[in-house]
Design a protein around this ligand. Structure first.
Ligand code: PLP
Length: 406
């Protein structure tokens, strides 16, 4: 597909699951923030690995091992290009965003922050960008602070600046909120941190499929993401870290692959990035991830941004016309994620009813309980859009909600 021609039919054709009927209705998949669907080329690549060249990587000298290693390392190169890291050594494969954050907490924060130092996160973080910091803070006497979120779902930058003092050493912040859809002014936040010698980590789980990520331009120290939110397989993610910082960090886990030499007096560690990749990795899914990156690159972020913006505006207008529907999170800069409440209908009942019509939405706290508390909510319904969704699907969804209310 050429960069200039955006063809929704051709895009949808690549996703076998989108033709499925759920409860006798055509599937409308609006739970993309939880996980996206996978195009054929991703599914085929995983299938091909297991049927044609399944072998362990890096250690083998036989043909299959060599082929598997080459394909696995090709993904590292693609990720490096995709987020514009300086070097492939800065890309570490993990099981996903959650493991990435835990790696940084255990290997960086635990070793380079001291008692009474301070970490800043925000009120809109996913639990996986809260709990690892709470655990490491409790263990090491570090203080955790949170930036306020404003009523419209934007981050309170004045409050952020007020929180910074001589003890602030680390900031971990979500790029794009999975509950509010808010796109944070990440570059500006990082600039402020750099002026104050604060190490920065960006949770890119919801951002990486929707906008171009350029880690050198952002100048963040760490960036984490999950393949499964980018049309790729589950069980794969990456940590990006600046090489000079990763070099200083001790390994996260011990085992095979991450060592140079082992003996009972002293073990030496492997070079980057292998120092952080102990044990046999998720080879087939890493190889599949490469095809997901190809899928996104083939469409191009210009096309993705312009189509997804139109779809978001259309959904926003349609939802706002529904009586008693309240959207939580109306920041100026947001993606197509709509958390909402309905006056007369509990979100759980709504989710079940829509499922009976073939529509998959999310209900609950979306792993952001502190944010729910902030807005005095137990939970919401959530629609989250992706590149294969259409205006017709939004119309169908709105029609079903209106019927329910009436
Ligand atoms: N951060 C954000 C903003 C998320 O939306 C999610 C998942 O929904 C995560 C982190 C955790 O990602 P994973 O479950 O893939 O580790």
């Amino acid at each position: 597909m050429s960069v200039k021609s955006f063809n929704l039919v051709k895009i949808r054709d690549q996703f076998p699951i989108l033709n499925k009927k759920i409860n006798n209705h055509q599937l409308v998949y609006f739970d993309n923030a939880a996980t996206t669907q996978k195009p054929k080329k991703v599914i085929n690549a995983i299938n091909e690995y297991y049927s044609e060249y399944n072998a362990n990587i890096h250690r083998g000298i036989h043909t299959l091992a060599e082929k598997a290693t080459i394909e696995y390392e090709k993904t590292r190169k693609s990720v490096s290009q995709f987020i514009n890291s300086k070097s492939e050594k800065e890309i570490i494969f993990t099981r996903g965003t959650t493991e990435g954050i835990n790696l940084i907490a255990s290997s960086f924060v635990k070793n380079f922050l001291k008692k009474e130092d301070e970490i800043i996160i925000s009120e809109m973080e996913h639990h996986s960008n809260i709990v690892p910091w709470q655990m490491i803070c409790e263990e090491n006497g570090i203080v955790l602070k949170t930036i306020n979120v404003l009523e419209n779902g934007e981050i309170d930058l004045d409050n952020f600046k007020e929180l910074i003092n001589d003890k602030t050493k680390f900031l971990s912040i979500v790029h794009t909120s999975n509950t509010l859809g808010t796109v944070n002014p990440i570059k500006q936040i990082i600039e402020i941190c750099k002026k104050n010698n604060i190490t920065t980590m960006v949770d890119g789980a919801q951002a990486s499929a929707h906008s171009k990520i350029n880690v050198q331009d952002l100048n963040c120290d760490f960036f984490v993401l999950s393949a499964h939110k980018m049309y790729g397989p589950t069980g794969v993610g990456i940590v990006y870290g600046k090489e000079e910082i990763l070099e200083k960090m001790p390994p996260y886990m011990g085992g095979g692959e991450m060592i140079k030499e082992v003996n009972f007096l002293k073990t030496t560690y492997n070079e980057l990035p292998y120092k952080f990749e102990a044990g046999t990795p998720n080879i087939g899914d890493v190889i599949g991830f490469n095809k997901a990156l190809n899928f996104i690159s083939d469409i191009g972020f210009d096309n993705i941004s312009s189509y997804e913006k139109k779809l978001k505006d259309y959904a926003s207008n349609s939802l706002n016309k529904i009586d008693g529907l309240k959207i939580i999170g109306n920041s100026k800069n947001k993606i197509g994620i709509f958390s909402f409440t309905l006056k007369k209908v509990h979100y759980y009942d709504l989710g079940l009813l829509l499922d009976s019509k073939g529509i998959a939405i999310r209900t609950g706290h979306h792993c952001t309980q502190p944010l729910m508390d902030k807005f005095n909510l137990e939970g919401t319904a959530r629609v989250s859009l992706a590149i294969y969704n259409s205006k017709e699907e939004i119309d169908y969804f709105v029609e079903k909600i209106k019927k329910l209310i009436n």
